[in-house]
Design a protein around this ligand. Structure first.
Ligand code: GLC
Length: 796
């Protein structure tokens, strides 16, 4: 069953059947102000941080689903009938009203046709202003004059997620509201920067600042008293719960249209006045869309593809990059599942996210790299979760301090010990840095001085070496990397045993680092890390292979995990993909390992993380054995590692297999089976329920997953094979044999490369000839900024 379709021209996803099984969300805002909203205008907004400065309230994981939101009601003042422009909250029967929702790049539009009135509401946050615009257009499509009322409604939050959910003896009496000069001001009195405003481009006929007055007793957003009776009561108060409700009456002649722009913003009444003046000019409102379009088009223009795979074109050209960018911006901590109570930077997640988009967001990737390096302890491990401002001397305003004493952690608490270190965290950063330099050519980054979390400083290069040395030191007796608290798999703790995956990851990081060291001509350093590489390789070859695939690790008591002897958790995806992707496995073992993955873990919805599922708690293996079979890390199709398998297959030259894996996970191809998938088909989800569960195929937790970045990385760099190097652009695809050609436009270091790949021989991998502007060459060079070049690649 389908609920919508992709509109590629507009880069929108259009939902036209509103009673979705779950919320389908979108992200607004690209700088300080941000909102997560769903297909029925439910959701919440925050300024900089959803933990300390949320602006609108959200009752997470509640009934009804996803309340409240940023709602606009319309009332027929003659018949007294009323509805909302988004299907929820009033929810007219779907056979009486027709609704649609278009999720676009940083905006969402709700549309409703009911009672001969067409109404549209777009939520959008301008690129550079901390205000959300609710751009409302109402058109009378009747042949008679209509008398209508429009009401806005949003519920203010007490800013701090904890204050908003408990201990109201403080917040409830510190939150106040007032109305003056057409502007509602919400004031969190005990906070220095505790103001928000709600206003519009018109003089309202009425207002309510008190939530409970607007809604009325024993009512909900479905049937607010003010809307039902057609008038607000002009409520406001010091203390209590507050809302942004403005009321306007108007008369529309047949065919007449009215446009109202509500504004919900950060700052006091004066800030509201400035924005009101600005966005009362409809030209300024229209320019907001143009600016956002330009912002996103600039990113998309760095890499656009045209291949025989429509799903891949749609996802790579728009949605997967969008998802990857959102992860770099929002750091995983704002969605309807992760509702903002745990913010900061997750070390491994941030490092991987920043690896995927240096071409479209070099500034943010660089910022993340520096923040992560500052979160590195001088011993060489990363702080698993930290607030970058802890180490940023330039931050003026520290996060809001609750009046209820929550002790500020001292440095000794912030810099956790090795007992809380994850064995993989910092290893990811090596390749992220190398990719950044290859993309931008900014070699000076490597010699920049950066502080360590526990004091002192060193160059980026030194930080990188500390990371590699740490993994070399943290090994068990046989030389396999220790798992420490956990590796990439949070739930596979091995009781502090050893992790095959991390040994392979170490190998990969070393290879990336060596490319850099060799390029710099640092002979001594190259020699040292070359030796380290060989040592790791030997361990990988001799300790980690088990008949037909690689083991996952060894528990504290010396029991190997992920072997043929295991009844449960017999084979794991992470170690096998990383054995191949890192280059450690070689071809023969690589093929055997990935064939085992295919035979034992592949499903129509993607590759399961492990299998068969664990059914008996076993704390020597870890928390994964206490997760229900088929969910999350216990034998679900955990999406994030799936692209590792695509890249691994490309390393082996098997383009058909890589594409089979790609297509299985691809949300686009699940557009018409939402009764199974449930979640949005324009975003990868953290996991898809595995076959050991009754809900096999149901996807959970959209947007906030490293899958966005990795899917983008593996598809573009491995399947399509477009890889920047230090001084050349590599094009080395691994595609299905049946693809006869594909096209890519890639901007790299300011020059545009129009790449045409020909595959007349029907191979999956291999380059026979490269033409650069018609000339046969061995490699594609770095070109002058703003120059344009035609590249032809002949496979064979
Ligand atoms: C979640 C975490 C990520 C971890 C993964 C597997 O996505 O954010 O850090 O690697 O789960 O456990």
């Amino acid at each position: 069953m389908r609920y919508g379709h992709f509109d590629n021209k507009k880069r929108e996803y259009v939902i036209d059947k509103m009673d979705l099984p779950t919320s389908w969300t979108n992200y607004l805002g690209i700088r300080n102000m941000a909102a997560v909203v769903n297909h029925t205008a439910g959701g919440y907004m925050f300024y900089k941080t959803p933990e300390y400065h949320r602006i609108t309230r959200f009752r997470a994981n509640s009934v009804p689903m996803d309340r409240p939101g940023h709602y606009v009601y319309i009332r027929d003042d003659e018949s007294k009938d009323y509805w909302s422009i988004s299907w929820q909250p009033v929810a007219k029967p779907l056979d009486e009203a027709s609704y649609s929702c278009r999720h676009g790049m940083s905006y969402t539009t709700y549309n409703c046709d009911y009672s001969n009135i067409n109404a549209e509401q777009t939520l959008v946050i301008p690129k550079d202003d901390s205000v959300e615009l609710w751009d409302v257009k109402i058109k009378n499509e009747d042949n008679r004059v209509r008398q209508l009322s429009v009401f806005s409604y949003c519920e203010f939050s007490f800013h701090h997620i904890d204050m908003d959910n408990r201990n109201f003896q403080m917040s409830l009496y510190a939150s106040g509201s007032s109305y003056d000069k057409g502007i509602i001001e919400h004031d969190l009195f005990y906070e220095e920067f505790g103001y928000q405003y709600f206003t519009a481009n018109m003089e309202a006929d009425g207002f309510d600042c008190l939530r409970d007055t607007f809604i009325g007793r024993y009512r909900t957003e479905d049937n607010p008293k003010a809307v039902e009776t057609g008038r607000c009561l002009g409520s406001c108060e010091r203390g209590n719960n507050h809302c942004g409700a403005l009321h306007k009456r108007f008369v529309l002649a047949p065919g007449e249209e009215v446009r109202i722009v509500f504004m919900l913003g950060e700052g006091d009444r004066e800030a509201g006045r400035i924005m009101r003046e600005k966005y009362s000019d409809m030209g300024r409102v229209d320019a907001v869309y143009d600016e956002l379009r330009a912002y996103w088009e600039d990113k998309f223009s760095k890499l656009q593809i045209r291949t025989p795979n429509e799903g891949m074109n749609t996802m790579i050209n728009t949605w997967t990059l969008y998802q990857a960018e959102i992860n770099v911006m929002f750091s995983r901590f704002a969605s309807f599942i992760e509702v903002g109570g745990r913010t900061g930077l997750g070390y491994r997640d941030t490092a991987q996210d920043a690896m995927a988009v240096p071409h479209s967001n070099p500034v943010k990737c660089r910022q993340r790299i520096i923040e992560l390096l500052q979160g590195l302890v001088s011993q060489g491990y990363g702080l698993h979760l930290f607030q970058p401002e802890w180490f940023d001397s330039e931050t003026e305003h520290k996060p809001f301090k609750s009046p209820t004493v929550i002790p500020t952690p001292g440095k000794d608490k912030i810099v956790h010990g090795i007992e809380d270190a994850c064995s993989d965290d910092a290893l990811w950063l090596i390749s992220t840095i190398v990719e950044y330099v290859k993309e931008t050519g900014e070699h000076s980054l490597i010699d920049e001085m950066v502080s360590y979390a526990d004091g002192g400083e060193g160059t980026v290069y030194e930080h990188m070496m500390k990371i590699l040395d740490f993994s070399a030191e943290q090994v068990g007796e046989g030389g396999i990397c220790k798992g420490l608290r956990a590796d990439w798999n949070d739930c596979l703790n091995l009781g502090g045993g050893e992790s095959a995956m991390v040994s392979f990851l170490h190998y990969w990081a070393l290879r990336n680092f060596l490319e850099l060291a060799e390029y710099r001509g640092d002979q001594k350093i190259t020699e040292k890390y070359e030796q380290m590489l060989q040592k790791v390789k030997e361990v990988c070859d001799t300790k980690l292979w088990d008949e037909d695939w690689y083991i996952r690790g060894v528990t504290q008591s010396g029991r190997p995990i992920g072997t043929k002897m295991d009844k449960e958790g017999q084979i794991h995806l992470e170690s096998n993909t990383w054995a191949v992707l890192s280059g450690a496995s070689g071809q023969e073992r690589g093929i055997r390992a990935m064939n085992s993955v295919y035979d034992r873990l592949f499903t129509p919805y993607g590759i399961m993380l492990n299998g068969p599922a664990y059914t008996t708690p076993d704390d020597e293996i870890g928390f994964v054995t206490r997760v229900y079979p088929g969910l999350k890390e216990n034998a679900a199709v955990f999406s994030h590692p799936n692209p590792w398998a695509w890249a691994a297959e490309c390393m082996l030259g098997r383009g058909d297999r890589a594409m089979e894996f790609y297509d299985a996970l691809c949300p686009y191809y699940q557009n018409d089976m939402i009764e199974i998938r449930e979640a949005e088909p324009y975003s990868y989800c953290q996991f898809v329920v595995g076959k050991d569960h009754t809900a096999f195929g149901r996807a959970h937790h959209p947007f906030m997953t490293g899958t966005g970045g990795w899917a983008y990385f593996s598809a573009t760099r491995y399947i399509l094979g477009i890889r920047p190097d230090f001084d050349k652009l590599v094009v080395d695809p691994c595609i299905p044999a049946e693809w006869k050609h594909f096209h890519v436009i890639r901007e790299w270091r300011g020059a545009v490369y129009r790449i045409q790949v020909e595959n007349k021989d029907g191979v999956m991998k291999g380059i026979r000839e490269i033409y650069f502007d018609g000339r046969k060459v061995d490699a594609i060079p770095v070109c002058e900024e703003e120059s344009q070049h035609d590249i032809k690649i002949v496979m064979g």
